[in-house]
Design a binder for this molecule. Structure first.
Ligand SMILES: NC(=O)c1ccc[n+]([C@@H]2O[C@H](COP(=O)([O-])OP(=O)(O)OC[C@H]3O[C@@H](n4cnc5c(N)ncnc54)[C@H](OP(=O)(O)O)[C@@H]3O)[C@@H](O)[C@H]2O)c1
Length: 274
């Protein structure tokens, strides 16, 4: 059966890599979304009957609804939705700019919610579908200067974990992908430089944020291929897909530490239920 994929944020990074993997594959249709038409020109190399280019800012509800309608009209539905569009931000919690942080929440959390809400009615009628939310290793663990970014991805994790339970009986699956640092434009996003002397030991992390563009270990090509294979080879997708050494080690450490406290304070915890 031909599968239709809709991917947000395909102008660069993981989204662009994944769009090309899907477009190359026989037996798939692709709805690739980006904010600027010119950023989708690379898709002209592929079979136009199987590719729809859609202008979509995920924070713009009208554009989201129109984009989802294109998928339905051209291909009859959406089998796999990849909520990939997202922003990064580096800064200590205290020094972060509230306007920038709110904008990041608009894209990473509410934008993802907009797209999902528009696609769910289609998947419910189909009685099948896979929703892939590109979270982050920082959606499970956290690092200094990435606290607000991490907060957006923790929000994605909580949202996804609830959504999974709501839609599983309807035949719809939800997978959270948790990549480590990878060589995309993401790391070159906005920053709040460290100016408070008490946080000076974190200045290098903020100043060096854009180094990730060239120096992060993760390969966007391999990440895209792994996500595609995971959603194609398995009837049941995993709830969580950590990708990269930091994701595996960092998430394990975080969950182990959490479990330690859960076990240590077990009696106090259950004791408050009376
Ligand atoms: N790279 C990493 O180290 C890493 C690790 C873990 C998770 N992630 C997550 O992976 C996802 C993809 O990021 P990436 O690393 O591939 O970075 P990227 O190259 O910067 O790609 C981000 C994509 O999101 C799009 N986008 C931003 N704001 C948008 C909006 N309002 N509406 C629609 N699209 C919007 C960008 O479009 P424009 O070109 O128009 O800005 C771009 O296509 C993000 O959710 C990111 O948080 C990245």
């Amino acid at each position: 059966m031909t599968k239709t994929w809709m991917i947000t944020g395909t102008s660069s990074g993981f989204g662009k890599e994944l769009a090309q993997v899907v477009a190359k594959q026989a037996g798939t249709n692709l709805v690739a979304t980006a904010r600027k038409e010119a950023d989708l020109a690379y898709l002209d190399a592929f079979d136009a009957t199987r590719v729809a280019k859609v202008i979509m800012d995920v924070t713009n509800e009208e554009q989201v609804q129109a984009g989802v309608a294109v998928a339905k009209d051209k291909f009859g539905g959406i089998d796999v939705l990849v909520n990939n569009a997202g922003l990064g931000y580096f800064g200590t919690i205290e020094e972060s700019n509230e306007k920038d942080v709110r904008q990041m929440f608009e894209v990473n959390v509410f934008g993802l919610g907009n797209v999902t809400k528009s696609v769910l009615p289609i998947m419910r009628v189909q009685k099948q579908g896979v929703i892939i939310n590109i979270s982050s290793a920082l959606g499970v663990t956290s690092l200094p200067t990435l606290g607000w970014y991490s907060a957006t991805k923790f929000a994605v994790e909580g949202y996804s974990n609830a959504l999974r339970q709501e839609v599983a009986p309807l035949g719809i699956q939800v997978m959270n992908v948790e990549p480590s640092g990878a060589r995309t434009k993401w790391n070159a996003g906005k920053t709040a430089p460290v100016e408070i002397a008490d946080y000076s030991k974190f200045a290098g992390m903020v100043d060096g944020a854009s180094n990730g563009v060239t120096q992060a270990p993760g390969s966007p090509e391999l990440i895209a291929k792994t996500i595609f294979d995971m959603a194609t080879d398995n009837k049941v997708v995993p709830d969580h897909l950590p990708l990269g050494t930091f994701a595996t080690d960092g998430m394990k450490k975080e969950l182990t530490n959490t479990l330690k406290d859960v076990d240590k304070y077990h009696d106090i915890s259950v004791g408050i239920d009376q």
